[in-house]
Design a protein around this ligand. Structure first.
Ligand SMILES: NC(=O)CC[C@H](N)C(=O)O
Length: 302
């Protein structure tokens, strides 16, 4: 496995230069683009890494999975009264569908859906940003996971689109808390800084019927785990979810920080990171690395 990871990073490194680092959040635009890392964490606790696997980066939309898991944990099936679990076929920050569908987001992994989930969590937690930070510290086993205050503030200063979505949902009665407070929580989750190793460990319960071995906690039931994985498989990469299923064939979640996490149910969790994105906002070299890995090991679930 170790040799394979090194080989894969060497194979995809030439792609660096063909994508574009996200700069619509100015604090993200300054991240050096030539970084590339991968971590594979087995259900038996084995860890394999290559490249910049220990360098923390902005998790961005990968945090949408954490928010969903928290919401399922305290509210269960009731959350689906507020949003769906259908792919949107639209970019992550699209507004058009939300108006047509009367403020009910298609799924929890586009921004509108994640904002509704954050609204649900806002009603539940006294300090949502701290609850989230502590949740991921427990799951990753890394007590040093931090929120990057500069990134969170930069996102808040450039919040117009996300704010428009939240206020539109409020106009349809599908937003219950103060919009600005929920936006602050959402940006704080997106601004968590974690490495490939942190993320592979954090997500391992999704490969293990909801059980996180290193913390000894049952995070979700086996059934809920299947459900979260199914939403990752159908919506985790926005309007490129079909392409990801075709090329990689695993439940996955990406973020505009350039990270992608993929789950091999019953076996492994993988996190790859390279900051340059393709047109859909997914890591260009990261997708290619996961495609090679899945192909070489025969990991596709399909
Ligand atoms: N796709 C992403 O990673 C987007 C997350 C980002 N914080 C946003 O709201 O625009």
């Amino acid at each position: 496995m170790q040799a394979l990871l090194n080989e894969i990073l060497d194979a995809v490194r030439p792609l660096i230069g063909q994508g574009k680092v996200a700069d619509y959040i100015p604090a993200l635009g300054t991240v050096p683009s030539n970084q590339l890392g991968i971590a594979v964490y087995g259900n038996d606790g084995e860890l394999f890494c290559a490249g910049d696997a220990d360098t923390p980066f902005s998790v961005q939309s990968i945090s949408k999975v954490f928010s969903l898991v928290q919401a399922i944990d305290h509210s269960g099936e009731a959350i689906w009264e507020r949003l769906g679990h259908e792919p949107s076929g639209q970019p992550f920050n699209s507004l058009v569908q939300l108006e047509f569908e009367r403020g009910r987001p298609r799924n929890p992994f586009i921004n509108a859906g994640a904002l509704v989930i954050c609204d649900i969590n806002q009603s539940r937690f006294a300090a949502p940003a701290l609850s989230m930070r502590d949740f991921v510290r427990r799951l990753s086993g890394n007590p040093n996971v931090m929120v990057d205050g500069k990134v969170a503030e930069s996102e808040y200063q450039h919040r117009a689109r996300n704010a428009a979505m939240a206020y539109l949902m409020q106009s349809f009665g599908n937003f219950h808390n103060d919009v600005e407070a929920v936006l602050r929580s959402y940006f704080s989750h997106c601004a968590l800084r974690m490495s490939c190793v942190d993320l592979a460990r954090t997500f391992c319960f999704l490969a293990n019927d909801g059980f996180c071995k290193h913390s000894g906690a049952q995070i979700l039931s086996a059934r809920q785990t299947q459900q979260v994985n199914s939403i990752m498989a159908t919506s985790g990469l926005y309007d490129e979810a079909g392409n990801f299923a075709y090329r990689v064939g695993l439940p996955g979640k990406s973020g505009v920080g350039g990270g992608i996490v993929a789950v091999v149910p019953g076996q492994f969790t993988v996190c790859v990171w390279s900051p340059e994105l393709n047109a859909a906002g997914n890591s260009l070299a990261g997708m290619a690395a996961l495609e090679l890995l899945s192909q070489r090991i025969g990991w596709s679930v399909f």
